[in-house]
Structure formats: C-alpha cells, structure tokens
Design a protein around this ligand. Structure first.
Ligand code: GAP
Length: 483
C-alpha cells in the first residue's frame, strides 16, 4: 500500500480520539490541536522512550524542567529578541500574508537558461521592482519584507497595561535556553565532568506566520531537547554519534529508514550561532510529485559551539575583547581540574519535536489489509512500547453473564501490568477492527469454551493469527510478547 497522506491521518486521529481541533465549538483557533485519550498516551510513550534512552540508559545526561516564562533578559542575550523573526510580505490587493523566505520563484519561461537567470535574483529584489506575483492573486503590489518576531508576548504581574515594557515577558520559543542558563547549577549539584548533557521535555511557543499541515507546524508544540556539553575538539565526533544514534532511535520507534533522510544545512541556512546543523527529515508529504519535496524536518542536530554559554555569562569577551553581557551575574565557563584550564564548553544539541515524531509514527504505522469478506481494514502497526492500549479483553457473548464476568475479571488482573480495556459494544469482528485501527497489539477473547478449559484466545493485531492460552499463563505470555 502507498504511504498515507496527512489527510488520512487527520481523519483517523479525529475519528478515534488521538487528536482533535482545539476550540472547535467556538469556531476553532488556527492550527491548534487537543490530544485525546489515545493521543496523550502515544505522546507520553514517545517522551518516555526518549527520556529512558537518553537520561536513564546512558548515564551521562541529567534531566531538567525549567520555567516556560523566564526573565526577559534571557531572550535578549540569547539573540531571540533581535533575530528570532520571519520576513513577512503582505499583498496589498488580496491582503494575503507570506513568509518571504518560503516563497518560490514562479515559472516564467520554458527556456531553462531564462528560468535559471530569473531564479538567481533574490525574491526581495523582485518584490521591490514589482516583478514578483502574489502566489494567491497574482498582483505585484506587495510590501517589502519586514521582520516579524515569532515570540509570544505576555506581561508578568500587575502590569499597568499590555504596553508596559517593564512587565514584558515571553513564552519560551525553545526549551534550550532554560538549559543553558542552568548549566552551572546542574554542573555543581550533579558534580559532573565534561562531557555531559542536560535534557528537557516541554512546551514551546512560536507565533508562526504560516502554521499548518495538521500538527506538523503549530504555534504551541512540545520539544525534547538535549544540550550536550563537551570540549571543542570532541564536538565533531559527538555530533556524528548523535546523528547515528537518533536515526537508530527513530527506527526503534517503528519509523522505516526509507522515510528518513539527512539534510546538511548550507552556510547560508545556518543559524548565526551554529557551526554545523544536520536535519533528520521525514517523508511527511508522500503525495508530492517531486521526491525531494516529500521530505521535511523531523529534528535538527546542531553544533552551537560556545555561543550560548558565553552569551549568558557575566564576563564573556567577544573577538575584540569587549564585554558582551552586562546583566548576568554568573560566569558559565568550565574549569578543567586536569589541565587547570578555564573555557566555555561547546554544545551539541539534538532537538526533536514531540508532535512531529507522533505524526511520523502514525504515518509509518498506518496500513490497510483486506479480510475474508473483501472488506478493507485499517491496522495501525504501532510498536507495542508505543501503543496507547496494550490489550483489549472482549467477551464473545455479552448476554452470557459468566463470560462477561470472566472477561471483566481478566481485565482487572491484567491492568496493573499493562494498559487493558474491556469492550462489549459490538460483534467480535467489529471489536477486532476497532482495536486494529488504534494499534492495540493483542485482543483476548473469552468464549463459551473458556468457562470449561480456563483458556482464552489471543489474537495478534498484525497477523490476525490466534492462539489459545491458559488464563494462569496469560499475563506472562502477554508481557513477553509486548516487550
Ligand atoms: N533549540 C533548537 C530548536 O528549537 P528548531 O529546529 O527550531 O530548533 C526543533 O526546533 C524541533 O522542534 C524541530 O525539528 C521540530 O521537530 C520542532 N518544531 C519547531 N517548530 C515547530 C512548530 N512550529 N510546530 C511543531 N513542531 C515544531
């Protein structure tokens, strides 16, 4: 079966309670989504997998949960106040608004050379000389691009008005800065030595100009970020290790290698603080004809050098030896006992979006299968570790009290060990189909014979094969197959 497009996933997500449009009873709020009972379980399972893999299994990474709202100076010295913006263009005719950096040169000629020459002219210049048509209405009456800061503004405490600059604060646009400003606290309390990392999972907010494609780009989202502090000379090797490690982690979540791709950012694309950035792309748009355009960013791995620790430090010096930060009270440099040297560590940052990972997992797990009656069924082949529900216990006859009682008792016995549900709201075919569609790895059916032989039928989601298992061995059997 060809890969599903995002629309197929939106429909499944809404139908089965993974993700709903937010505020929809009041007309919705552009590109905002609420996670339902299955969605929140899936997201939690993804976050747990990331945390376990990085923080618990590696033993060189500490956890952190920093504030969403920080002192405004954090965003001054991180550079976000001055530079975290998108270039916005308005069409004066149809009032559409676009990001200049995302506009593509339209096709103006079949002649390859003419088209190439046209594409070499930056879009800003074409807009200025009224040679660039609005992608919506074709008018060339466009405003010059102007920077639009993506940080959400808020006020802290009893501000006299929304314009009160002394109370101004921002919702964090990334979790990373909360980590950098806590470098010294974590270093001192954990008594770590380089290299070591600090990991954090949390919400981030960006007033995106063009959000869209379901949960791919939203204004409120969740990040899993880790800042790995190391000696400058070790940074290139550690960078490569994380590229490799994260691809393996995505594979372990069931994302197939053919839907992942690496993308090395060019010098022009690199953020001002980055020495090198490699994005791991996922095939979010399989319906696009141009294979390159099928892929978009799932995560980024950046070598941020010593930019952030220096920027937040009390007495960092720039190339001319001038003081950069006059507000911080802390020096975030590192003293190496062995060499007796003081320096600012380099940072390798793998930054993953929870929501994009969830979308990629749903897309990769989606499959269809035809049953004996020629009916097409959706099967969500989620890894058992990620499945929101691990087992569904189903009575074959809901009008037989002994069968119902045995099924409910089984559910209660399994519940402490694995998330289990009981369902008797349909015929067995319908109940199986419902569980397949939400990715439940196993269905356990209690039938008339179960009352005699104390055994139940265990059905595998992916193969639809059935096996008879004695109730006394059921928990061990399921635990083994789920791990
Ligand atoms: N600290 C680095 C940083 O924030 P980023 O590439 O801007 O880097 C990291 O963000 C990840 O966060 C992205 O790869 C993506 O998965 C997710 N992300 C960023 N903006 C997002 C948005 N508007 N909606 C959903 N996810 C987003």
């Amino acid at each position: 079966m060809s890969a599903p497009n995002i629309e197929t996933i939106v429909s499944l997500a809404k139908r089965r309670g993974f993700v709903f449009p937010a505020s929809d009873i009041y007309g919705g709020l552009g590109s905002s989504w609420d996670y339902g009972s299955l969605g929140v379980e899936l997201a939690n399972n993804i976050k747990q997998s990331w945390w376990r893999w990085l923080v618990h299994e590696r033993d060189d990474i500490e956890g952190l949960d920093s504030s969403i709202i920080q002192n405004r100076l954090v965003w001054k010295y991180s550079g976000h106040e001055a530079t975290f913006s998108d270039p916005l263009v308005d069409c004066r005719k149809c009032q559409s608004r676009f990001r200049a950096d995302k506009l593509e040169h339209p096709k103006i000629s079949d002649n390859v050379e003419t088209q190439k020459a046209f594409e070499q002219t930056p879009i800003e210049e074409l807009i200025a000389i009224k040679e660039f048509p609005c992608p919506n209405c074709g008018s060339t009456d466009l405003t010059a691009p102007r920077p639009f800061n993506l940080m959400f503004r808020t006020t802290v405490g009893a501000a006299s008005s929304d314009e009160d600059e002394t109370a101004l604060a921002y919702l964090r646009p990334e979790t990373a800065q909360g980590i950098f400003i806590k470098f010294a606290n974590v270093l001192n309390t954990s008594r770590r030595k380089l290299p070591f990392g600090i990991a954090q999972i949390g919400k981030a907010f960006r007033n995106e100009v063009t959000p869209g494609n379901f949960i791919f780009r939203t204004r409120e989202f969740e990040q899993m970020e880790m800042e790995y502090f190391c000696r400058p000379e070790d940074a290139p090797r550690i960078f490569e290790e994380f590229i490799d490690g994260f691809q393996k982690w995505f594979h372990s979540l069931g994302i197939s290698a053919e839907n992942l791709k690496l993308y090395e950012q060019s010098k022009e694309e690199l953020a001002h603080y980055a020495e090198r950035t490699v994005d791991i792309l996922y095939r979010f748009f399989p319906e696009r004809e141009d294979e390159e355009k099928q892929f978009d960013e799932l995560m980024g791995i950046a070598n941020r050098k010593d930019f952030d620790l220096k920027a937040h430090s009390k007495k960092p010096e720039d190339a001319e030896g001038k003081r950069i930060n006059s507000d911080s009270t802390e020096d975030l440099s590192y003293f190496d006992e062995a060499t007796k040297q003081r320096f600012y560590p380099y940072v390798i940052e793998p930054a993953v979006g929870v929501n994009r990972t969830l979308l990629a997992i749903l897309m990769d797990a989606y499959s269809e299968k035809t049953n004996d009656k020629g009916e097409t069924r959706v099967i969500l082949k989620l890894k058992p570790e990620l499945a929101p529900i691990k087992v569904a216990v189903l009575p074959l006859a809901k009008n037989k009290p002994e069968i119902v009682a045995m099924a409910k008792d089984l559910k209660r016995k399994l519940l402490p060990a694995m998330r289990t549900v009981y369902d008797d709201t349909g015929g067995i075919g319908k109940l199986y189909a419902r569980q397949d569609e939400i990715g439940t790895p196993f269905c356990v059916t209690v039938d008339h014979e179960s009352l005699e032989d104390n055994a139940v039928t265990v059905r595998d989601r992916d193969t639809w094969e059935q096996e008879r298992v004695n109730v006394s061995e059921l928990k061990d059997y399921l635990q083994k197959r789920l791990s």
